[in-house]
Design a binder for this molecule. Structure first.
Ligand code: HEC
Length: 131
């Protein structure tokens, strides 16, 4: 009896601990917003952030983390992005920035993509500063 409840207790503690380890691995590394500002130069020819940001060649990106795709009102999005149903979580953004056309075939965003996970994390940390 005692042995059974002990192993049950163990399982009770081990499972959340395992999940914690797993989710820690799944989460992107914390980014550096200053390095992200430099990385954003790649985006800035098409995208703006900040109080005066507006749609230009691409949509403004204020509050992009957590925003629905194609939600900026002053920008004419592609049908592909409008119909994508994406919500821009960290993970979704990371996937899009790695290869926009693979995630949203037919997107108007013509961008090679970023292979470097660290640079993506830095960019996300930078974008998070513009709610
Ligand atoms: C050559 C111009 C260009 C560059 C460079 C570019 N983008 Fe884009 N981006 C676009 C266009 C155009 C769209 C609209 C896509 C559509 O409607 O299919 C877009 C869409 C997006 C969206 C979706 C916005 C929304 O409201 O759903 C995100 C997020 C985004 N870009 C992030 C970035 C980031 C971050 C970078 C830099 C690493 C970047 N883009 C570089 C042109 C660009």
């Amino acid at each position: 009896m005692i042995r059974l409840s002990l192993s049950a207790l163990l399982a009770l503690f081990a499972l959340p601990a395992m999940l914690l380890v797993l989710s820690a691995h799944a989460a992107p590394p914390p980014g550096d917003p200053v390095a992200g500002a430099a990385a954003f130069r790649k985006c800035a020819s098409c995208h703006q952030v900040g109080p005066a940001a507006r749609g230009g060649f691409g949509p403004q990106l204020n509050g992009i983390i957590g925003r629905r795709a194609a939600a900026s009102t002053d920008y004419a999005y592609s049908a592909a992005l409008r119909r994508s149903g994406i919500v821009w979580t960290d993970a979704a953004l990371a996937r899009f920035l790695r290869d926009p056309d693979a995630m949203v075939p037919g997107t108007k965003m013509r961008f090679w993509g970023i292979g470097d996970e660290r640079q993506i994390a830095n960019l996300l940390a930078y974008l998070r500063q513009y709610p």
